[in-house]
Design a protein around this ligand. Structure first.
Ligand SMILES: [Zn+2]
Length: 682
């Protein structure tokens, strides 16, 4: 009897110990998220996340759990797609149920901070099992300054592992230690090569090698795409089984993908809408021609499931998700964005990338220089034509002389070259030679069509050559900017300024030289798209489209040869093909550099100015009163834009090109990509 008692006591003790050591029951990440994750803000703040509202993230999320044999997934997506939420849920589940070393990689400081501070930290805080609740500690060790065991801003520690947040541009970040799981966000913005240290995606993969044998590693690639043929996520998507979200036709129940197809052709399938307000966006199904109205979109979306469109042995799951299906973007907003983009390649790229989740095909071979010469017009050299409200000057310094172009701009981005010249003379001194001539241009006043005179609005000077002289000249001439062109597709037109003058302690000197980088590649595409535009003949008048480039008869053949001097070529770089700009043999490109510089300098006006801003500027310029009315500066499609088109009233009422997207209702964690929708810098 005594023996039996002892035995059962041992069994009891043993059982308790086993219970403590035994891993918890396996649970799929989506189920775990539904039971644990609490939304920090938005419409459902304080409530558990309900993935029934976003069924499209359930499958890829579950594939990131330890019970699935899949190692890799790739997601090519639009903005507003909830895939950031998916990554966050995967992280939370892993910390609680599959603790290990993990890495999250973001392309920029801003993206990393946003992911960490505005999303991950709040998710951990709100989710009791991770951040603690009612005085009980959670799994993530709190951030304490004194203990090395605690978490830090960029490292979340927990029992059994740590989550590191890394920058794709920092080789040191990517080389830290071995990791089991890597979550790579916005990979299209990663560099191809980190200063000779290699491809960031290869560096990340290299850290998972020790998990290859056990097969337990996981890697997710998520990104909005960029340029066709260059896009990293496009290649990954195409290498996988290409799953698309198939919804049910509400009439005949056939499964289909909502497609972008001939939006203005009423006789075919796809998303249809009018070219102006009211857009009346609706979907016509391919199967039976049924019309799905905008208000039915979310219900139809929820009938969806993932089906591979390119299955094959050994192919890993890849997903494409766009705004046609996304429950966060009304069809009306898609229509509005597309109509607003018009022929502007910058805006079309944004539409393609952030709404359709597709890479944009840059075309960009220069138009023939003879054709441009034939288009020359009889406007007066050095005079600002009617309609222009901005004046930019850009200069390109050479060994013996400076190329300079002066461009007048209308609010719809029509441009007139009003002056182009080579200022002959030495460029070694700020006070003499060519720089003395440049100083005259700095002070010059240019007559407009109404008897007023203006000076420049923007003045840029390339500092790639004679850098110190250029800096000194910009220090002495207020309102001028030293610039430097950089290669690459993911670059913004004009970077923020960096101080070039610092004292011996490394502090910036007031009034010192500042340098701004110019993302030249996308701007060259933009210029060539605009230069290829032709006027529309309407009766006896010519109508010039937005972005049209006017050239005066005073411009010579050399000017036209220079501005058309480059072309796009496919280049194989580290085993990948990418599109690069190449100069034509023995053709100088200085005037092209000047135009690209001007495009960079004026870009911010076209992105941020509203019709009222332009009207105010017209008034300041002394333009006749009848030409100052804001509606003259309102793009035609938006003159009657109503309130409440698929979003907030204030957003819809704005007519400026950059602010015309109605902001979808914030739903807390689901609201990823809001900032992305405004990042359409090119
Ligand atoms: Zn049907």
């Amino acid at each position: 009897m005594k023996l039996t008692f002892t035995h059962s006591a041992l069994a009891l003790i043993g059982g308790l110990a086993a219970q403590a050591l035994e891993p918890p029951e396996p649970i799929a990440p989506s189920k775990w998220a539904g039971e644990n994750i609490v939304l920090p803000d938005g419409e459902y703040a304080g409530q558990k996340i309900d993935l029934a509202r976003t069924p499209h993230i359930v499958e890829p999320l579950d594939l990131l759990g330890p019970d699935e044999s899949v190692n890799e997934i790739g997601v090519i997506k639009c903005a507003q797609s909830a895939f950031t939420t998916m990554l966050q849920c995967a992280i939370g589940h892993s910390i609680d149920r599959d603790p290990c070393d993990m890495l999250v990689v973001q392309p920029t400081d801003g993206a990393l901070t946003d992911f960490n501070s505005t999303k991950l930290n709040r998710l951990i805080e709100m989710t009791g099992v991770l951040g603690g609740k009612d005085g009980k500690p959670g799994k993530v060790y709190p951030q304490t300054s004194r203990s090395s065991a605690g978490s830090t801003t960029y490292e979340k520690k927990f029992q059994g592992g740590a989550l590191n947040l890394a920058l794709a541009s920092s080789p040191a970040d990517l080389r830290l230690k071995t990791i089991k799981k890597a979550l790579c966000d916005e990979i299209d913005e990663y560099e191809d090569d980190l200063e000779g240290q290699g491809d960031p995606l290869e560096l990340i993969a290299g850290r998972q090698i020790s998990f290859l044998a056990s097969g337990t590693w996981k890697r997710a690639y998520v990104s909005t795409p960029t340029i066709k043929g260059v896009s990293k996520i496009e290649k990954i998507f195409e290498g996988g089984d290409q799953r698309r979200w198939h919804v049910e036709c509400p009439q005949c129940r056939e499964r289909m993908v909502l497609e972008w197809h001939a939006p203005f052709d009423p006789s075919s399938y796809g998303l249809k809408f009018n070219k102006a307000f009211p857009f009346n966006a609706h979907y016509v199904t391919k199967c039976c021609g049924t019309i799905i109205e905008g208000w039915q979109k979310v219900a139809v979306y929820r009938t969806g499931c993932w089906i591979p469109t390119a299955p094959g042995p050994g192919k890993f799951p890849t997903y494409h998700f766009d705004a046609l299906a996304s429950p966060f973007v009304p069809w009306e907003a898609i229509a509005q964005k597309f109509v607003a983009a018009g022929d502007d390649p910058t805006k079309l790229k944004t539409f393609w990338n952030l709404y359709l989740g597709l890479p944009f095909d840059v075309t960009g071979d220069a138009p023939d220089h003879d054709l441009l010469m034939q288009r020359r017009e009889d406007y007066k050299e050095g005079h600002i034509p009617a309609g222009a409200l901005l004046l930019s000057i850009d200069a390109d310094v050479q060994m013996r002389g400076i190329y300079v172009e002066v461009v007048a701009w209308a609010p719809d981005q029509q441009s007139w070259t009003i002056f182009a010249d080579y200022l002959d003379g030495a460029t070694t001194d700020v006070d003499s030679g060519a720089f003395a001539e440049l100083t005259k241009l700095h002070a010059r006043e240019w007559p407009d069509a109404y008897g007023n005179k203006w000076r420049f609005d923007e003045f840029g000077i390339d500092s790639g050559y004679r850098t110190d002289v250029v800096y000194e000249w910009t220090r002495r001439h207020p309102g001028t900017k030293a610039t430097k062109g950089i290669d690459g597709w993911g670059k913004v037109p004009l970077g923020t300024s960096t101080d070039q003058d610092v004292d011996y302690r490394g502090r910036k000197i007031k009034g010192g030289a500042k340098l701004r980088q110019i993302g030249t590649w996308p701007l060259k595409s933009k210029f060539y798209t605009y230069a290829a535009l032709t006027p529309i003949v309407q009766g006896s008048t010519l109508i010039y489209p937005p972005g049209y480039c006017h050239f005066g008869r005073f411009l010579d053949e050399n000017y036209f040869k220079q501005i058309t001097s480059e072309y796009l070529e496919d280049e194989v770089y580290r085993g990948r093909t990418r599109k690069v700009w190449k100069p034509r043999a023995s053709r100088p490109n200085h005037f092209l550099d000047c135009r690209v510089g001007s495009l960079a300098l004026v870009n911010a006006y076209f992105v941020s100015f509203t019709a009222d801003d332009w009207a105010r500027r017209a008034k300041e310029r002394g333009i006749p009163a009848e030409l100052q009315a804001p509606d003259l500066f309102t793009p035609r499609e938006f003159q009657a834009l109503p309130v409440g088109v698929g979003g907030k009233r204030e957003e819809s009422e704005r007519s400026s090109s950059s602010r015309d997207l109605p902001e979808p209702k914030s739903t807390g964690l689901y609201g990823d990509g809001l900032a992305d929708l405004n990042k359409g810098t090119w």
